[in-house]
Design a protein around this ligand. Sequence first.
Ligand code: ADP
Length: 248
Amino acid sequence: EIAEGSLLYLDNVHRAFDGFKAINGLSLVLAPGEMRAIIGPNGAGKTTMMDIITGKTKPDTGDVIFEGKVDLTRHDEAEIANMGIGRKFQKPTVFESHTVADNLELALRARRGPFATLLHQTTKAEFDRIDEILETIRLTARRDWLAANLSHGQKQWLEIGMLLAQEPRLLLVDEPVAGMTDDETAETAALLRRIAKTQSVVVVEHDMTFVRELGVKVTVLHEGSVLAEGSLDAVSSNPKVIEVYLGR
Ligand code: ADP
């Protein structure tokens, strides 16, 4: 039925913490190759939604289906990561004392599993992939820099590159532009648009300038379910959305 042909399908998902309904009848469909922005006031359930998709939290009820067939509620966090769902948390976690290229090499090698990581040299194909990712994240000129010497924005891009090394089919990104300059914010929107040509992307974000730059369909969460969905212009002129953001 409707889950078929979708990349991600959430239907009537519920999750309560000690009786508090953090997710309360959430339904959401993401098409293959789609980038979606998720917005909503604090406490709307955005983080819990991401936790449910990645298996960090299990829903009480409801369907969470990946690629039209895989029931994610039956898998743990590590299995879901291996299926090709990558998550970028808000804070960058790169290896500061390694170079940019080495960070990507470590991420690529980690993908092979713990033993292969130790036993084999990095292959030509893997070095080519590192070059490709450096181009995508626009850090080719910084490849031999220690990650510690990158700007905050560049560290975020490097971490996105490390996730790309895992070849995800869905990338979840949590507030990527928090703490970035305006230029870095614009660069990040461009980067995610480049990535979204080959991967599906879900971005949780508060910065409306950035959401506008992404130029994608927006889902507004409120009290654990979808309040509105559509273009940023459409949702931001929706009276229900205005009330939630301004009317209190
Ligand atoms: P958002 O990311 O949109 O700010 P969250 O998903 O973090 O919203 O939180 C939704 C609500 O659920 C909040 O009121 C939060 O306090 C509550 N909540 C989230 N996770 C937990 C948890 N592990 N234990 C108890 N309450 C939680």
